[in-house]
Design a protein around this ligand. Structure first.
Ligand code: FAD
Length: 414
């Protein structure tokens, strides 16, 4: 028997086992290792604090998405021995592999910023929405928030879904407006980036949206610590941003076992070729989804498009053929703007988000870099797509590679 082990049954790992089970013959034994028994729809964490969805909408049993013919191994990975081709679990079990796919994602690490997790204000005035528990605690806090200085904050890039904190700021503006207390809330957006976002055209548009909503932008803010007694963020260049309520995105890091196994960079991401996702050190290891170090957004859409390319490459590679697929870094993300509207951005390694229509040139129905109701409905509909098409690895009629059709390079209307 040939032996494939996939680490992590989140978005990317679940797609991989579904697609590869169909492509690999019965001579392949496939296992997937996962520590949790429930699969999470993480984009929904954004809506939870505002009461716009319920926790039950966002999780399903992991095993429901694992196809027949794939062993689900419930357990926590302790380390990988790439020399011996063995995965060791915390409970002592060992799994040998011929090929390994690392799909253990990235997680928020509030322990990495002094004064955050170890301060007295964690889950009091210091909150996050990158975990289900965090989003629920923030929902409860927002219910009793009657005014003051709310700072939305990013510790360091890269983070998963890099637009999510901006969306949080836009939705918070809308939420307080509808609650009739917007005039009593000062909103601030503090980011380590030089502007609102990473890519120039989108950054300009998103900065304008912050400005329109009277959300103050605090750029180039690299936090050193949180002074919890004074409820103040302190940066390395000794700037201070005080808050009554902090909504931070903690440092995001890959799984600890990646570091213990000598497979990661300084943030525990696995170095891979950005076009094939093959490890730069081991010919038997690939990394997909947020776990890799590719210079693309850490997003479910990137996991989806890259897995499409990866599956063909994997089949070629294990059969001793040259890999012919080349992932281009394609990402698309809806950006909630508040007031029932959203933008859509579509880009790749080489092309920044541009205006236009998507996916049908000139038609849409989605508008790129423009806030519309149809985009917002697209974002809401994506949850259904996630459970019913994406995770089971069913075909979705969107090309894996980014297309320039329908995009315009200037700001004229199409
Ligand atoms: C607030 C928020 C909003 C988002 N919004 C969007 C959006 O609008 N659009 C979009 O495209 N993306 C969005 N994302 C990002 C998207 O959810 C992730 O990029 C995607 O889930 C990545 O998939 P993954 O498989 O790489 O990682 P994950 O889905 O996180 O899966 C990793 C899995 O590995 C398991 N694992 C980790 N370590 C171990 C271990 N030691 N042992 C065993 N198992 C382990 C975990 O339990 C988990 O199940 C958002 C994310 C957040 C947090």
């Amino acid at each position: 028997m040939r032996r494939l082990v996939v680490l992590g049954a989140g978005t990317a790992g679940t797609m991989v086992v579904n697609k590869l089970r169909r492509r690999l013959g019965p001579d392949w034994r496939i296992s997937v290792v996962e520590q949790h028994d429930r699969q999470h729809y993480q984009p929904g964490y954004l809506f939870l604090p505002f009461g716009a969805c319920q926790p039950d909408d966002l999780t399903r049993p992991t095993e429901r998405f694992i196809p027949a013919g794939v062993d689900l191994v419930q357990g926590e990975i302790d380390m990988v021995d790439p020399g011996q081709h063995v995965v060791r679990l915390v409970d002592g079990r060992e799994l040998g592999y011929e090929y390994l796919v690392i799909a253990t994602g990235t997680e928020p690490r509030p322990d990495q910023t002094p004064g955050m997790l170890d301060g007295t204000e964690w889950r009091e005035s210091v909150h996050e929405f990158y975990t289900l528990d965090g989003a629920l605690a923030l929902r409860d806090r927002l219910r009793t928030f009657t005014g003051g200085r709310l700072v939305v904050h990013v510790v360091e890039m890269p983070i998963k879904c890099p637009v999510a904190p901006l969306e949080f700021a836009f939705l918070a503006d809308d939420f307080f407006r509808k609650a009739g207390i917007r005039d009593r809330v000062e909103l601030v957006y503090a980011t380590p980036l030089a502007g609102a976002f990473t890519k120039p055209i989108a950054s300009q548009e998103l900065a304008r949206m912050l400005d329109d909503r009277q959300i103050a932008l605090e750029p180039d803010f690299v936090v050193e610590r949180i002074d919890d007694e004074r409820r103040t963020l302190v940066s390395y260049d000794e700037r201070e941003v005080p808050f009554d309520l902090l909504v931070t995105v903690p440092l995001n890091m890959g799984a600890e076992y990646v570091a213990r196994s000598g497979l990661g960079d300084e943030l525990n991401y696995v170095p891979v070729d950005k076009h094939t996702l093959l490890s730069t050190s081991y010919d038997s290891i690939f990394a997909v989804g947020d776990a890799s170090n590719i210079p693309a957004s850490k997003a479910g859409s990137v996991a989806h498009f890259s897995v499409e390319v990866f599956v063909d490459n994997f089949v070629q590679h294990v059969n001793g053929q040259k890999m012919t697929g080349s992932f281009d870094g394609h990402a698309n993300c809806y950006v909630e703007a508040g007031d029932g509207k959203a933008l859509l951005i579509d880009f790749n390694y080489d092309t920044e988000p541009l205006r236009g229509r998507y996916p049908l040139p000139g038609v849409g129905p989605f508008h790129l870099l423009e806030a519309t109701r149809v985009n917002h409905w697209g974002k809401l509909a994506f949850r259904w797509t996630y459970w019913h098409l994406l995770l089971p690895g069913r075909p979705i009629p969107l090309p894996a590679h980014m297309s320039m059709a329908g995009k315009v390079r200037d700001y004229q209307e199409v």
